[in-house]
Structure formats: structure tokens, C-alpha cells
Design a binder for this molecule. Structure first.
Ligand code: FES
Length: 152
């Protein structure tokens, strides 16, 4: 299951395509301000099921997305979570992943300068085995275990 918002949807496209090529069905929840900003909907539709949630009709509210996710989990349609593009949605997926034992990953968006490791401008805090840990998104990421990601 992929859940992305805004430009984060573009990040979710390649992994969805890869899943499709390997015969794995993807349920994609596309969150956007409006219909035309629900990027790459065609690609997601080609590999599975698409649910669009929009600001224009209020369906992008976290409570509604949670209800959708809970329905899919109850229907055994969620065995892995992937997310990008929203702190609120990441927190939601993290919480439900923990509650239901569903593993997940987050592709983290972060300002970068060098992109190679030495400048440390991209450092974020993670929680690993109960301890806070600083990691550089550019070289240690940008994809991280969802349960280790902290909000901002
Ligand atoms: S961008 Fe310079 S260390 Fe990550």
C-alpha cells in the first residue's frame, strides 16, 4: 500500500511500477489539494487500485484517510506501507503500522546542500530501539524504516 501527498506521489510511482512488474498489486492512496494535482494516477491505476483523497472535497482529512486505511487493513489488503510527502500521513501510517504489525518505509523529503554526506545540513532525528539517533537523509536515506521516523 502506498500513501503519498503532493510531489511525494512522484516518489511513490517507481516503487509501485516495480511492484506491478513483479506481480504485486498496489493500493495507492493519492492525497492532493485538487484532482489535477493527484500526480501519476494513470501509473498507479495500471498496477492496482487508486483512491484519491482531495482537499477540495475534504476527503484528504486524516480521519478519512485513517478510515480508508483501516478498511483496507481489515480486508487484508495491506501487508506493507510506503509513504512520502506528508508528516501527518506518515504519522498515521506509522501508528497503524505499529498497531497492526505492518512493516513500512518512508521516503523522506529534506533540504540538502552537498547531497554527499559532509555538510550535515540534511540531518534528521530518528528513534532507533528506543534511542534518538541523528542521520543524514542524503547518505543514510532517503528511505527509512517507518517506525524509526519522527514527525516534524
Ligand atoms: S546534504 Fe550534505 S550531508 Fe546531506
Amino acid at each position: 500500500m502506498v500513501l503519498g501527498r503532493g510531489v511525494g506521489l512522484a516518489t511513490m510511482a517507481p516503487i509501485s511500477q516495480l511492484a506491478g512488474e513483479r506481480g504485486v498489486r498496489v493500493t495507492a492512496i493519492l492525497s492532493a489539494r485538487s484532482e489535477e494535482l493527484a500526480l501519476a494516477a494513470d501509473l498507479f491505476e495500471s498496477v492496482g487500485t487508486v483512491v484519491k483523497v482531495l482537499d477540495t472535497d475534504g476527503s484528504s482529512a486524516v480521519e478519512n484517510v485513517e478510515a480508508i486505511l483501516r478498511r483496507l487493513i481489515a480486508g487484508k489488503k495491506a501487508d506493507a506501507f510506503f509513504t512520502c510527502g506528508s508528516n501527518r500521513l506518515m504519522q498515521l501510517m506509522k501508528r497503524l503500522g505499529k498497531e497492526h504489525g505492518i512493516p513500512g518505509q518512508m521516503a523522506m523529503e529534506q533540504i540538502m546542500a552537498c547531497g554527499l554526506g559532509p555538510c550535515y545540513i540534511c540531518v534528521r532525528t530518528f528513534e532507533v530501539a528506543g534511542k534518538l539517533e541523528m542521520r543524514r537523509v542524503c547518505v543514510e536515506g532517503p528511505v527509512f524504516d517507518l517506525q524509526e521516523c519522527l514527525g516534524w
